[in-house]
Write a protein that binds this ligand. Structure first.
Ligand SMILES: [Cu+2]
Length: 276
Protein backbone atom coordinates (compact mmCIF):
# COMPACT_ATOMS: atom_id res chain seq x y z
CA UNK A 1 0.00 0.00 0.00
CA UNK A 2 1.17 3.47 -0.88
CA UNK A 3 0.89 6.40 1.49
CA UNK A 4 1.70 9.85 0.19
CA UNK A 5 2.84 12.97 1.91
CA UNK A 6 1.60 15.46 -0.57
CA UNK A 7 3.34 18.59 0.44
CA UNK A 8 6.77 17.13 -0.13
CA UNK A 9 8.35 19.12 -2.90
CA UNK A 10 10.94 17.89 -5.33
CA UNK A 11 13.87 19.81 -6.69
CA UNK A 12 12.85 22.02 -9.61
CA UNK A 13 9.23 21.05 -9.18
CA UNK A 14 6.87 23.24 -11.19
CA UNK A 15 3.72 21.14 -11.28
CA UNK A 16 0.89 20.71 -8.83
CA UNK A 17 0.87 18.57 -5.75
CA UNK A 18 -0.52 15.10 -6.25
CA UNK A 19 -4.31 15.52 -6.26
CA UNK A 20 -6.20 13.58 -3.60
CA UNK A 21 -9.75 14.48 -4.56
CA UNK A 22 -11.78 14.45 -7.71
CA UNK A 23 -12.07 18.23 -7.39
CA UNK A 24 -8.34 18.77 -7.52
CA UNK A 25 -8.09 16.46 -10.53
CA UNK A 26 -10.75 18.58 -12.21
CA UNK A 27 -8.90 21.78 -11.38
CA UNK A 28 -5.65 20.40 -12.78
CA UNK A 29 -7.38 19.23 -15.96
CA UNK A 30 -8.95 22.66 -16.41
CA UNK A 31 -5.55 24.25 -15.91
CA UNK A 32 -4.03 22.05 -18.61
CA UNK A 33 -6.95 22.80 -20.91
CA UNK A 34 -6.54 26.57 -20.51
CA UNK A 35 -2.77 26.30 -20.75
CA UNK A 36 -3.07 24.77 -24.21
CA UNK A 37 -4.93 27.88 -25.42
CA UNK A 38 -2.35 30.05 -23.76
CA UNK A 39 0.46 28.38 -25.67
CA UNK A 40 -1.41 28.64 -28.99
CA UNK A 41 -2.14 32.35 -28.42
CA UNK A 42 1.43 32.98 -27.41
CA UNK A 43 2.75 31.33 -30.58
CA UNK A 44 0.26 33.17 -32.79
CA UNK A 45 0.92 36.59 -31.28
CA UNK A 46 4.67 35.93 -31.33
CA UNK A 47 4.48 34.99 -34.99
CA UNK A 48 2.45 38.15 -35.80
CA UNK A 49 4.92 40.32 -33.94
CA UNK A 50 7.83 38.73 -35.71
CA UNK A 51 6.23 39.29 -39.11
CA UNK A 52 5.32 42.87 -38.27
CA UNK A 53 8.73 43.79 -37.04
CA UNK A 54 10.78 42.14 -39.76
CA UNK A 55 8.62 42.11 -42.90
CA UNK A 56 7.08 45.52 -42.45
CA UNK A 57 10.15 47.37 -41.37
CA UNK A 58 10.25 50.81 -43.00
CA UNK A 59 13.45 49.90 -44.80
CA UNK A 60 11.52 47.16 -46.62
CA UNK A 61 8.19 48.98 -46.87
CA UNK A 62 8.89 52.63 -47.27
CA UNK A 63 5.49 53.17 -48.88
CA UNK A 64 2.67 52.26 -46.44
CA UNK A 65 -0.53 50.48 -47.37
CA UNK A 66 -3.45 52.89 -47.58
CA UNK A 67 -6.36 50.63 -46.58
CA UNK A 68 -7.91 51.37 -43.17
CA UNK A 69 -10.90 49.05 -43.03
CA UNK A 70 -11.58 45.36 -43.47
CA UNK A 71 -14.93 43.94 -42.45
CA UNK A 72 -13.91 40.34 -42.96
CA UNK A 73 -10.73 40.75 -40.90
CA UNK A 74 -12.64 42.41 -38.06
CA UNK A 75 -15.24 39.65 -38.08
CA UNK A 76 -12.54 37.02 -37.85
CA UNK A 77 -10.59 38.66 -35.06
CA UNK A 78 -13.78 39.16 -33.06
CA UNK A 79 -15.22 35.71 -33.56
CA UNK A 80 -12.11 33.61 -32.98
CA UNK A 81 -11.50 35.02 -29.47
CA UNK A 82 -15.22 34.49 -28.75
CA UNK A 83 -14.89 30.83 -29.60
CA UNK A 84 -11.71 30.53 -27.54
CA UNK A 85 -13.50 32.07 -24.55
CA UNK A 86 -16.43 29.70 -25.00
CA UNK A 87 -14.10 26.71 -25.13
CA UNK A 88 -12.57 27.89 -21.86
CA UNK A 89 -15.87 28.82 -20.21
CA UNK A 90 -17.79 25.61 -20.84
CA UNK A 91 -15.51 23.21 -18.90
CA UNK A 92 -14.95 25.91 -16.30
CA UNK A 93 -18.69 26.18 -15.56
CA UNK A 94 -19.01 22.42 -15.53
CA UNK A 95 -16.27 22.23 -12.91
CA UNK A 96 -17.58 25.04 -10.75
CA UNK A 97 -21.06 23.47 -10.57
CA UNK A 98 -19.50 20.10 -9.85
CA UNK A 99 -17.59 21.64 -6.91
CA UNK A 100 -20.82 22.97 -5.48
CA UNK A 101 -22.76 19.74 -5.73
CA UNK A 102 -24.00 18.40 -2.44
CA UNK A 103 -23.48 14.78 -1.54
CA UNK A 104 -25.06 13.43 1.63
CA UNK A 105 -22.05 13.60 3.98
CA UNK A 106 -21.19 10.90 6.48
CA UNK A 107 -19.37 13.24 8.82
CA UNK A 108 -19.41 16.96 9.35
CA UNK A 109 -16.40 18.86 10.60
CA UNK A 110 -16.53 22.48 11.57
CA UNK A 111 -13.41 24.47 10.88
CA UNK A 112 -13.02 27.74 12.75
CA UNK A 113 -10.25 30.14 11.83
CA UNK A 114 -8.87 32.11 14.74
CA UNK A 115 -6.00 34.49 15.27
CA UNK A 116 -3.78 32.49 14.78
CA UNK A 117 -4.73 28.86 14.90
CA UNK A 118 -7.51 26.58 13.77
CA UNK A 119 -10.21 24.99 15.87
CA UNK A 120 -11.93 21.86 14.64
CA UNK A 121 -15.28 20.58 15.85
CA UNK A 122 -16.76 17.24 14.99
CA UNK A 123 -20.31 16.06 15.17
CA UNK A 124 -22.39 13.00 14.30
CA UNK A 125 -19.42 10.67 14.36
CA UNK A 126 -19.28 7.32 16.09
CA UNK A 127 -22.52 7.62 17.97
CA UNK A 128 -22.09 4.01 19.02
CA UNK A 129 -18.87 4.69 20.87
CA UNK A 130 -19.55 5.51 24.52
CA UNK A 131 -16.02 6.72 25.16
CA UNK A 132 -16.31 9.57 22.76
CA UNK A 133 -18.50 12.54 23.35
CA UNK A 134 -20.79 12.95 20.41
CA UNK A 135 -19.38 16.29 19.52
CA UNK A 136 -16.05 17.69 20.54
CA UNK A 137 -13.49 20.23 19.51
CA UNK A 138 -9.77 20.75 19.62
CA UNK A 139 -7.29 23.43 18.66
CA UNK A 140 -4.59 22.95 16.08
CA UNK A 141 -1.48 25.08 16.57
CA UNK A 142 1.66 25.16 14.53
CA UNK A 143 4.56 23.27 16.06
CA UNK A 144 7.13 25.95 16.83
CA UNK A 145 10.49 25.52 15.15
CA UNK A 146 12.25 24.93 18.44
CA UNK A 147 9.89 22.01 19.15
CA UNK A 148 10.78 20.19 15.98
CA UNK A 149 12.96 17.25 16.65
CA UNK A 150 16.59 17.54 15.70
CA UNK A 151 16.92 13.81 15.58
CA UNK A 152 17.73 12.99 11.92
CA UNK A 153 15.78 9.75 12.25
CA UNK A 154 12.59 11.53 13.19
CA UNK A 155 10.26 11.82 10.23
CA UNK A 156 7.22 13.79 9.32
CA UNK A 157 8.01 17.09 10.99
CA UNK A 158 8.10 20.10 8.74
CA UNK A 159 9.05 23.64 9.62
CA UNK A 160 6.03 26.00 9.46
CA UNK A 161 3.79 23.15 8.32
CA UNK A 162 3.52 20.68 11.18
CA UNK A 163 0.80 21.17 13.77
CA UNK A 164 0.25 19.71 17.19
CA UNK A 165 -3.15 18.18 16.41
CA UNK A 166 -4.05 17.15 12.87
CA UNK A 167 -7.53 17.00 11.49
CA UNK A 168 -7.95 13.26 11.04
CA UNK A 169 -10.57 12.28 8.49
CA UNK A 170 -11.60 8.99 6.90
CA UNK A 171 -10.78 8.23 3.26
CA UNK A 172 -13.28 7.33 0.59
CA UNK A 173 -16.04 8.80 2.74
CA UNK A 174 -18.00 11.91 1.83
CA UNK A 175 -17.20 14.59 4.36
CA UNK A 176 -18.61 18.04 4.82
CA UNK A 177 -16.53 20.89 6.13
CA UNK A 178 -18.28 23.90 7.52
CA UNK A 179 -15.84 26.78 7.55
CA UNK A 180 -16.16 29.95 9.56
CA UNK A 181 -14.02 32.57 11.26
CA UNK A 182 -13.96 33.79 14.80
CA UNK A 183 -12.28 37.18 14.57
CA UNK A 184 -11.07 38.18 11.11
CA UNK A 185 -11.25 36.54 7.70
CA UNK A 186 -9.04 33.49 7.31
CA UNK A 187 -8.98 30.97 4.50
CA UNK A 188 -8.75 27.23 4.93
CA UNK A 189 -6.69 26.02 1.99
CA UNK A 190 -5.24 22.60 1.29
CA UNK A 191 -3.89 22.40 -2.27
CA UNK A 192 -3.82 18.61 -2.63
CA UNK A 193 -7.50 18.46 -1.72
CA UNK A 194 -8.45 21.29 -4.03
CA UNK A 195 -9.95 23.30 -1.19
CA UNK A 196 -9.61 27.00 -0.56
CA UNK A 197 -12.52 28.24 1.47
CA UNK A 198 -12.78 31.60 3.19
CA UNK A 199 -13.43 31.50 6.92
CA UNK A 200 -15.59 34.55 7.47
CA UNK A 201 -16.94 35.59 10.87
CA UNK A 202 -20.73 35.31 10.98
CA UNK A 203 -20.95 33.16 7.91
CA UNK A 204 -20.82 29.42 7.33
CA UNK A 205 -19.18 28.25 4.14
CA UNK A 206 -19.48 24.68 3.08
CA UNK A 207 -17.10 22.31 1.34
CA UNK A 208 -17.82 18.74 0.37
CA UNK A 209 -15.01 16.37 -0.31
CA UNK A 210 -14.11 12.77 -0.59
CA UNK A 211 -10.45 12.00 -0.21
CA UNK A 212 -9.28 9.24 -2.50
CA UNK A 213 -6.33 7.76 -0.68
CA UNK A 214 -4.67 7.74 2.68
CA UNK A 215 -2.04 10.37 3.28
CA UNK A 216 -1.04 13.53 5.06
CA UNK A 217 -2.03 16.77 3.37
CA UNK A 218 -0.66 20.16 4.26
CA UNK A 219 -2.11 23.60 3.79
CA UNK A 220 -1.89 27.12 5.11
CA UNK A 221 -4.16 30.01 5.91
CA UNK A 222 -4.59 31.85 2.63
CA UNK A 223 -6.10 35.15 3.65
CA UNK A 224 -3.92 37.81 5.25
CA UNK A 225 -5.19 37.72 8.80
CA UNK A 226 -2.61 39.42 10.97
CA UNK A 227 0.94 39.12 12.18
CA UNK A 228 0.89 35.36 12.57
CA UNK A 229 -0.89 34.67 9.32
CA UNK A 230 2.04 32.62 8.11
CA UNK A 231 2.10 30.51 11.25
CA UNK A 232 -1.27 28.80 11.23
CA UNK A 233 -0.75 25.80 8.97
CA UNK A 234 -3.27 23.04 8.34
CA UNK A 235 -2.61 19.33 8.45
CA UNK A 236 -5.23 16.86 7.28
CA UNK A 237 -4.49 13.20 7.83
CA UNK A 238 -6.68 10.81 5.89
CA UNK A 239 -6.87 7.32 7.30
CA UNK A 240 -9.02 4.27 6.78
CA UNK A 241 -12.37 4.49 8.57
CA UNK A 242 -11.33 1.70 10.97
CA UNK A 243 -8.18 3.60 11.90
CA UNK A 244 -10.14 6.81 12.44
CA UNK A 245 -12.52 4.99 14.75
CA UNK A 246 -9.61 3.46 16.60
CA UNK A 247 -8.05 6.86 16.93
CA UNK A 248 -11.15 8.59 18.24
CA UNK A 249 -11.71 5.74 20.65
CA UNK A 250 -8.24 6.38 22.06
CA UNK A 251 -8.87 10.08 22.58
CA UNK A 252 -9.76 11.52 25.89
CA UNK A 253 -12.26 14.28 26.10
CA UNK A 254 -11.64 16.65 28.93
CA UNK A 255 -13.67 19.81 29.37
CA UNK A 256 -14.79 19.44 25.80
CA UNK A 257 -11.18 19.53 24.71
CA UNK A 258 -9.71 16.48 23.12
CA UNK A 259 -6.44 15.28 24.49
CA UNK A 260 -4.89 13.19 21.83
CA UNK A 261 -2.79 10.44 23.26
CA UNK A 262 -0.36 8.03 21.78
CA UNK A 263 -2.45 6.41 19.04
CA UNK A 264 -2.41 9.37 16.69
CA UNK A 265 1.28 9.92 17.11
CA UNK A 266 1.94 6.27 16.59
CA UNK A 267 -0.35 5.99 13.59
CA UNK A 268 1.01 9.07 11.90
CA UNK A 269 4.58 8.13 12.65
CA UNK A 270 3.80 4.76 11.16
CA UNK A 271 2.61 6.40 7.95
CA UNK A 272 5.52 8.73 7.62
CA UNK A 273 7.90 5.90 8.30
CA UNK A 274 6.46 3.97 5.38
CA UNK A 275 7.09 6.83 2.98
CA UNK A 276 10.53 7.98 3.93
CU1 LIG B 1 -5.52 33.19 9.09
Amino acid sequence: MFIYINCLSENYQIGFQLPATEFMEGIINLHHHIFAFLVLILLFVGWLLFRTIFLFHHSKNSKPFLFNHSVSLETVWTLIPCFILAFIAIPSFALIYRLDELVEPSITYKVIGKQWYWTYEMTNILEDNPRVNNSFSFDSYMRPVEDLSEDPNSVGQFRLLSVDHDLVVPVRTPIRLVVTGNDVIHSWAVPALGVKMDAIPGRLNQVNLTIKYEGVFFGQCSELCGVNHGFMPIVVTALKMEDVKLLYAGMKVFNNVVIIEDPIERLIFHFYAKVL
